[in-house]
Each structure stands twice: as C-alpha cells, then as structure tokens.
Design a protein. Sequence first.
Length: 124
Amino acid sequence: MAGPEVPEQVRAGAAFLDEVIGPGWIEQVNLDTLDIESGCKCVAAQLVSEFEGGYNNAWEYAMYAWGVTTPDDLDEGITTIDCDRARELGFLAPQHSGILPSASVLENGWRDLIAARIIARAAA
C-alpha cells in the first residue's frame, strides 16, 4: 500500500534537516502544535530552542542559523530571507511566496513524513 504523497519540497527539507541536525530532529517536532504558517510553531521554529535578538521569530533565526538566510544588515538586525531556498526546502508557506504547493499541502506533507519516520523508527 502506498503512503501519502509528500511534496518534493518537504522531502528536500527533511533531507536538509537530516544533514544539519541529524535524523533525531523528528522527535523534536510537536505535531499537535505544528502550524506551517507560524514563525513560532512551524517545523523550523520548533527545532531552535532559543534565538538571538534582532530576529522577528524563531523561524527567521533558524533560516539564518542553518545558512538559508543571508544577513543584510546585522547592525539593524534586518535579514533578507533567501525565499527561493526556503521554498525549495518546504519552510516557506505560499502566503509569503505566492506559489504552490499550498500551506495546507506543505503542513500535511510535514505531518505525514514525520509520522511515517516515527513509525519506521519504532518498528526497527
């Protein structure tokens, strides 16, 4: 039986997180509070325990810490998000980028991928 269709961007983001954090990142994401459109409850935001000043939210800090964000003006704490890279990794909801897949498709993709990995890990 085939599993749910996980968007390409989510698969790429998961592979990126496997490299940056390690495969244990899935245990740190709370699926009950996951909200892809929240800068504090999305996958990336849930994976940074604290963030430095000058960032609007945990998502923005995660993008910087993981090299997805390029600092524009560190003195002012302003950053320029590399939207193309964030979209490629499934970290940016379309309301911010204006492209498909939709935020709900991305969020469901993250949920499905994480749940499948947790189940596979438990079965191993």
